[in-house]
Every structure is written in C-alpha cells, then in structure tokens.
Design a protein around this ligand. Structure first.
Ligand code: AMP
Ligand code: ZN
Length: 138
C-alpha cells in the first residue's frame, strides 16, 4: 500500500508547521505557499476527495476552517482569503487526501485564479443547468 504524505503528517512521521488540531481535523502550513500563511486543513482520517468525506464531519470541519481562516487573516494582515479544494488530477489535486487550501489574499496581488467567459448563448446556460438538475434527480 502506498503511503499518504498527509497521513504521515497526521501521525507525526513527517514534520509540519501545525496551526490547529481538533479531534478529527488538522491544519498546517502549505510547504509551497501562494502567500505566507497559506494553510491546508484536512480530516485526520484518510478520505481522498470531497465525496469521500463523511457528512458528520461537516460541523467540526467548517468550525475549524472558520477559526483558522480568521487567524490567518489577522496574523498575515490579509485583505481577503480564498478557500479552495482540488478534486482529481484534472482539477489539480496532487495529494489524494482531501484538503482545503486557505489562501490569504491582498488587494492588488494580481493573482488570477482562473479565466472566465460567458456562455455562448442563454440556451447553453439553461441546458447546463438542466443537465445538472437531471443528475440531481437520478
Ligand atoms: P493539491 O494540488 O490541492 O493536491 O495540493 C497539495 C498541496 O500540498 C500543495 O500545495 C503542496 O505544496 C502541499 N504539500 C505537499 N507536501 C507537503 C508537506 N509535506 N507539507 C505541507 N504541504 C505540503
Ligand atoms: Zn491520507
């Protein structure tokens, strides 16, 4: 079985700059930050993606995220903060242990997260919404 780097961090086998631990979550600094203070918050248990997370972790995870995000904003004098989660390689997930990025942001820092464009037509937008509603109904 291949080892998971974040599981190794949870069990202390790999060092981390830990910020907060709660019974089922842990937050530590990203080793390669967008800006200093960029942190990752993870479930301590190994779950690969958003859809693998047990829903009963929700309250604890959200509360820990809000606490850590607030502390990052205060400590790093950030003007804003992005919460970001990558799921699967196509979306940039490199570590297959679910994690949320907490990224402090600054006015005028120039970071462009992703290019956006309008739908080619209003019908194309409605069609995308209809497809997603159909998936919800399945
Ligand atoms: P993602 O692309 O969403 O899977 O992000 C994985 C993140 O984990 C990247 O931003 C890495 O810089 C970060 N990372 C990888 N190894 C470590 C480590 N040992 N300690 C802290 N952060 C790490
Ligand atoms: Zn893991």
């Amino acid at each position: 079985m291949s080892t998971c780097i974040f599981c190794e961090i949870v069990r202390g086998a790999i060092p981390s700059a830990t910020i907060l631990t709660t019974p089922n979550t842990m937050a530590f600094l990203d080793i390669s930050p967008v800006h200093p203070g960029h942190a990752l918050i993870i479930p301590k248990a190994h779950h690969a993606t958003l859809w693998d997370l047990p829903s009963d972790l929700g309250n604890e995870l959200l509360e820990a995220m809000q606490t850590v995000a607030g502390a990052i904003r205060a400590a790093m004098n950030a003007d804003g903060l992005n919460v970001m989660m990558n799921n699967y390689r196509a979306a940039g997930q490199l570590v297959d242990h679910a994690h949320f990025h907490l990224i402090p942001r600054y006015e005028g820092d120039g970071l462009q997260l992703w290019p956006q464009a309008a739908y080619p037509s209003p019908e194309a937008m409605q069609s995308a919404a209809a497809s997603i509603r159909a998936a919800l109904a399945r």
